[in-house]
Design a protein. Structure first.
Length: 279
């Protein structure tokens, strides 16, 4: 997994008038290698903007932008963004003509809100009362085949209070925050697992929201025998503000959890972006 922490991206975003960066068209849009993006890396990137992960067809970035004079549309790139700081009015949908959206919908974003913008959807950072807004962004490319499996199909805004409520109980609710074809979001709170698990066809991107934990990953594709993966494992010390990447077929386990700020003790709260492997 390649990580680039670069202020150059923040400059590029500003030069584009507040649009999201787009990746070259790629065959896949799912994580490739397991790994932890630390809370310190994320915090440093949020200060000015930077790429945290770049895999084929998938980019995770920390971005900081101001209001844009013009609207944008990304024909092949789908966006999932979590607001970390500031507030904004984002106009989405409608018809884009000469940099202006007509018939769009106002979306008022504040810290902790999560919004999904499918490819081909016009968007405009019309107002940013706080001067700048900083957010984590998952940018997923539509595969060159045009297959949209594993991609969002509609703009959806999930408010911060709803996310926090969903993380209020151990195990988290069974109903998701969002369900699109092949993309499901959960707000969950967990304790330690008894054994490892792996998913053959879908990956996790965990946005870590509360507490700290010891999280184990094995080698992608390794068998699990008696609750343990065969072969080498890595124990990651993960904390609020970080991002944990778990590609499909990767054995993983919550080994130890605790030090949470809200909810039951000895637990961990996170947003899980579960994405199926593109077909």
């Amino acid at each position: 997994m390649t990580r680039l922490l670069s202020a150059v991206l923040g400059t590029a975003v500003a030069a584009l008038g507040g649009g999201f960066p787009t990746a070259a068209a790629a065959q896949f849009a799912a994580p490739v290698s397991p790994g932890y993006i630390s809370e310190t890396e994320v915090e440093a990137a949020l200060a000015e903007g930077g790429v945290l992960l770049r895999d084929p067809g998938l980019t995770i970035a920390a971005e900081r932008i101001s209001a844009s004079p013009m609207a944008s549309v990304d024909q092949t790139t789908n966006h999932i963004i979590l607001v970390e700081e500031g507030s904004a009015t984002l106009i989405t949908e409608g018809t884009l003509s000469n940099g202006v959206i007509r018939g769009g919908r106002d979306r008022h974003l504040t810290e902790g809100d999560l919004i999904v913008i499918p490819a081909g959807t016009p968007y405009w950072w019309k107002e940013v009362p706080t001067g700048t807004i900083a957010y984590l962004a998952v940018h997923k490319e539509t595969p060159r085949s045009g297959n949209t499996w594993g991609l969002p199909d509609a703009v959806q805004l999930i408010g911060s209070e709803r996310i926090r409520t969903r993380m209020s109980e151990p195990g988290g609710p069974r109903d998701p925050l969002l369900r699109n074809p092949g993309v499901v979001f959960y707000g969950q709170r967990v304790g330690p697992d008894d054994s490892a698990e792996a998913h053959p066809n879908h990956s996790h991107i965990f946005l870590l929201m509360d507490g700290e934990a010891s999280f184990m990953t094995g080698t992608p594709g390794a068998a699990i025998v008696d609750g343990r993966p065969v072969g080498p494992t890595v124990h990651h010390r993960i904390r609020k503000g970080g991002i944990m990447i778990v590609p499909a077929t990767t054995p993983h386990q919550w080994v130890e959890t605790g030090n949470n700020a809200f909810g039951p003790p000895d637990s961990f709260g996170y947003i899980a972006i579960n994405m199926d492997t593109p077909r």
